[in-house]
Design a protein around this ligand. Structure first.
Ligand SMILES: NC(=O)c1ccc[n+]([C@@H]2O[C@H](COP(=O)([O-])OP(=O)(O)OC[C@H]3O[C@@H](n4cnc5c(N)ncnc54)[C@H](O)[C@@H]3O)[C@@H](O)[C@H]2O)c1
Length: 312
């Protein structure tokens, strides 16, 4: 199968679905959408207006804006008819997802691929929604998918390898960076990395080692900057001064073992949450949600543009 199709479906147009729809439209696809929330269509169209400008700034728009290329349907069955790629983004609840899958399965073209954005549910549980799950896989994005390049791909022994190859080609043609997850573990790869860092960030805050604001600053002014350029393995390989990873491990292995032994374990209990809420309030300095989200996206776009320039 080649990527010559022109219709895709987006099921669920909340935080993630609206962002996916923006990207697919910008890449020239017709997008069929379904979301039972009463205001889903106007909310999605309004989201796309903002996202479109951001994608334009990133040079990620391949076609002129045409609102008619987004079409909302009244049923999920009609939404998926005749499309070759379906991105499912309904709430992270197993019964909602599996019920939807069994509802649409007979309306999906046999060669179509269906990918779920699910962050934490297991593929083997989600597959139970299909009589034949061979064209179903995980295509897990990072919020917001129209800006953050990463998509994690995962299938298992019930998944047709060709479906994964097709999804990889499709996402990459939309400018995404894919990774293959070979073994099912909760939260895949990137969210596990985030969870590990956040656990220690919370531990440092609750132990009073530094304020919430300073812990965030330590990340954005330090490792976070480097991690947008290279991953931890490559960076520590470079930290060897030339001898590579074995030199780095010989030099710093004992330190890391001591540090790992001292890492904290936390619970999001009311006391911990109170420390985080108060700490964040102070870090926000009166800025509201919309201002902060705008600042995040503006800076993300600047970083993405700079990285793109640097890779040329
Ligand atoms: N928010 C994130 O940061 C993030 C990141 C990556 C992946 N995800 C995953 O993406 C999926 C969607 O998350 P979200 O944050 O967009 O949630 P959301 O609540 O913002 O959106 C879910 C949408 O699905 C709609 N919906 C409910 N039932 C439906 C049905 N039967 N058919 C079609 N639509 C239905 C809701 O009306 C809502 O608009 C989840 O599986 C989540 O784990 C979320």
């Amino acid at each position: 199968m080649t990527n010559t199709f022109d219709h895709v479906a987006v099921l669920g147009t909340g935080v993630i679905g609206a962002s996916w729809a923006s990207l697919f439209l910008a890449k020239g696809y017709h997008v069929n959408a379904y979301d039972p929330a009463p205001d889903s269509e106007p909310a999605t169209r309004s989201y796309i207006e903002t996202a479109w400008k951001q994608l334009q700034e990133l040079g990620q728009v391949s076609v002129d804006f045409d609102p008619k290329r987004l079409r909302f349907f009244d049923t999920p069955e009609d939404t998926v008819k005749g499309v070759q790629f379906i991105q499912e983004n309904v709430p992270e609840k197993l019964p909602i997802k599996t019920e939807l899958y069994s509802r649409i399965e007979t309306s999906i073209a046999p060669e179509a691929v269906i990918a779920t954005s699910a962050s934490g549910l297991l593929i083997k549980d989600l597959q139970k929604g299909f009589r034949n799950p061979s064209r179903f896989l995980l295509g897990h994005p990072f919020n917001p998918p129209h800006l953050i390049p990463l998509v994690e791909l995962l299938g298992n022994d019930l998944t047709d390898e060709e479906a994964i190859t097709f999804a990889k080609g499709f996402y990459e043609s939309c400018g995404k960076v894919t990774i293959r997850v070979h073994k099912e573990v909760p939260a895949h790869v990137a969210n596990r990395l985030q969870a590990a860092v956040w656990r220690e960030a919370i531990y440092l805050a609750t132990e009073g080692v530094a304020s919430v604001e300073d812990i965030d600053k330590a990340m954005t002014a330090g490792p976070g900057l480097r991690w947008s350029v290279m991953g931890p393995h490559m960076l520590f390989g470079l930290g060897s001064g030339g001898g590579g990873m074995s030199t780095f491990c010989a030099r710093y292995g004992d330190s890391f073992h001591r540090w790992w032994d001292s890492l904290g374990s936390v619970q999001l209990n009311p006391e911990t949450i109170e420390i985080l809420v108060e700490g964040l309030k102070s870090e926000e300095k009166g800025r509201n949600f919309a201002d902060l989200a705008q600042e995040r996206d503006r800076k993300l776009i600047a970083v993405l543009k700079a990285l793109d320039d640097a890779s040329e």
